[in-house]
Ligand binder design. Structure first.
Ligand SMILES: [Zn+2]
Ligand SMILES: [Zn+2]
Length: 251
């Protein structure tokens, strides 16, 4: 009887608290009754990567064609062994990424990562090494943040894997990719990454029983991740690639 009364009073206190400080959806900010993080409308809008995809580049494929390789990968093999993505870059996922990257508000991103813990632990093991795609210095100075490194730290917290951000370097104050087109964009990226001189010493001092992942937040054309992986392949280790979200038209 005492326990029953206790439960009732806790419930009543929570109800009163929700009237004074209503729970807000972590993605849209709307008030909601429950404490579950995200409202029903946002939950419905969330798009995760479809189950069947090309193992090499990660694009969604018909179940009969998975795990690929897809036509593009057959024509030209990628430097990375595998590419994995969590979400499709659209709707509320896109909003959460932009709030994180442009306004430094990471509540939505944190929730999207925590919600994907089971999926993340199926991708990353505690032996794995996470290498963030380095950011041009001028962009890091402007935002004060390094988004792919931040993402790596959060994934490492959830999966037990480790982060190494000193091996892969970004050279110079290169021009913003979106201001370049076609060949100029490729040439710019081709020269953008390099390995630290002591990369072999660093790698041999680490447990490399797991996979080495190159991690980026958003994948659009895949060119940045591909060039970063190509340079990482000079370590003579198999390289894997991951992005938090990727753009995709047909789903
Ligand atoms: Zn919402
Ligand atoms: Zn492919």
């Amino acid at each position: 009887m005492f326990m029953f009364m206790m439960k009732l009073s806790i419930k009543a206190a929570q109800h009163l608290q929700s009237l004074v400080f209503p729970y807000a959806c972590v993605l849209c900010g709307d008030t909601m009754q429950s404490t579950q993080g995200c409202c029903a409308s946002c939950l419905q809008d969330l798009k995760v990567m479809p189950k069947f995809s090309c193992l090499s580049c990660g694009i969604p494929l018909d179940a009969s064609l998975a795990p690929g390789p897809c036509g593009t990968c057959l024509n030209k093999a990628l430097p990375q062994q595998q590419t994995r993505h969590l979400y499709l870059y659209r709707g509320k996922v896109r909003d959460a990424i932009l709030a994180w990257k442009l306004q430094g508000q990471d509540m939505g991103m944190q929730w999207l990562l925590q919600t994907a813990t089971q999926q993340l632990t199926s991708i990353f093991s505690p032996h794995d090494l996470l290498i963030p795609v380095p950011m041009p210095l001028y962009r890091m100075r402007r935002s004060g943040l390094h988004h792919s490194a931040d993402l790596c730290q959060n994934i490492a917290k959830l999966t037990g894997s480790r982060v190494q951000w000193q091996i892969l370097r970004r050279k110079g104050d290169d021009k913003r990719q979106s201001s370049l087109h076609g060949k100029a964009r490729q040439t710019n990226l081709h020269k953008a990454f390099s390995l630290a001189d002591n990369h072999q010493d660093v790698l041999s001092s680490l447990d490399t029983r797991g996979k080495i992942w190159v991690i980026d937040d958003i994948l659009t054309t895949g060119a940045t991740l591909r060039h970063a992986c190509r340079v990482m392949k000079q370590t003579k280790q198999p390289i894997f690639a991951f992005s938090f979200a990727r753009t995709w038209q047909d789903s």
